[in-house]
Ligand binder design. Structure first.
Ligand code: 9EZ
Length: 313
């Protein structure tokens, strides 16, 4: 009997799928860390976590029965996948479960940014009837999509429905795929020069750190608006603050931050030209159901010798 420990709060549909596998026993507990987690993992062949548990080499080395670690989501910064590989432990993610939800949050923030929705809402709640906000239309504007993986591609597709012109930069996407997406592929500098709105959707890599920084804010159109629903480190926050204060950048919509949560009173979070949310990109009921089902069936398939997807190590 294989035992899988779920150290996370998952949508019930996932564990239900996992329990339906022959020969798999499931225990669900709150997200644990350190010695407490090691203790619960003795005798377990599978582990499923979200982002709360840090699966270090130290933990991995103390769990000799472990064969597979599932991450209910897509990023896996909280799992030492290399240390796992060295012990022959597979790390699986739930590819695709968050894609549409995160793309939709990007669009929500783009609309909010274009029409100052949060700022106007705040004033009205505070008893002020201020009709002075002048937004901009999205129709006819150019959207620059930096990173055309799964999420970037959905954003691009939806933006066409809004009658935006979509241009993009991604060194790993070929012209054939770009044509399929209806996106004009350009060097990053040209995307930055031409876009009215820029949205970033790259993975966090050494070469993507501050991919939107001082240089981008120098080269961009005056009045450009920036959206980041991907990773905090992709945008240089100090350079963004300067560009907002100088007036070069008209606004920014942020769901992610270099440090999460940002400092209380952060000048960016409190900036009148910034609309922001606390890393809610993947937070829908629908995505949580999908992610739970994908990771649980994936771990179940792995442990019963069936086809699985999303191994990252
Ligand atoms: C995009 C990327 C890297 C990148 C890397 C991968 C899908 N995707 N996109 C922009 N895997 C640098 C700049």
């Amino acid at each position: 009997m294989a035992k899988v420990l779920i150290s996370a709060k998952l949508d019930a549909s996932g564990p239900e799928l996992l329990r339906a596998f022959d020969g798999i026993e499931v225990e669900e507990i709150a997200p644990l860390n350190g010695a407490e987690l090691v203790d619960k993992l003795q005798g377990c062949t599978g582990l499923i976590v979200r982002s709360e548990s840090k699966i270090t080499a130290d933990i991995i080395n103390q769990c000799p029965d472990l064969k597979v670690i599932g991450r209910a989501g897509t990023g896996y910064d909280n799992i030492d996948a290399k240390a796992a590989a060295e012990k022959g432990i597979a790390v699986l993610i739930a590819p695709g479960g968050n894609t549409v939800t995160t793309a939709e949050h990007t669009l929500a923030l783009m609309f909010a940014l274009a029409r100052h929705v949060p700022q106007a809402n705040r004033k009205l709640v505070n008893g002020e009837w201020d009709r002075g906000y002048k937004g901009v239309e999205l129709t006819g504007k150019t959207l620059g999509v930096v990173g055309l993986g799964n999420i970037g591609a959905v954003v691009a597709e939806r933006a066409h429905g809004l009658h935006m012109k979509v241009i993009g930069y991604d060194p790993v996407v070929n012209t054939e795929r770009a044509r399929e997406l209806g996106v004009e592929l350009l060097p990053l500098d040209d995307v930055v020069k031409q876009a009215d709105f820029i949205t970033v959707h790259t993975p966090m890599l050494p070469e993507t750190k501050h991919i939107i920084g001082k240089q981008a804010f120098e080269n961009c159109k005056p009045g450009m608006r920036l959206i980041n629903c991907a990773r905090g480190g992709l945008v240089d926050e100090a350079a963004l603050l300067e560009a907002l204060n100088s007036g070069k950048v008209a606004g920014a919509a942020l769901d992610v931050y270099e440090k999460e949560p940002p400092e209380k009173g952060s000048p960016l979070v409190n900036h009148p030209k910034v609309v922001c949310t606390p890393h809610l990109g993947a937070s829908t009921i629908d995505a949580q159901v999908k992610v739970a089902e994908i990771i649980c069936s994936n771990v179940g398939n792995f442990l019963t010798g069936k086809d699985f997807v999303g191994r990252v190590n």
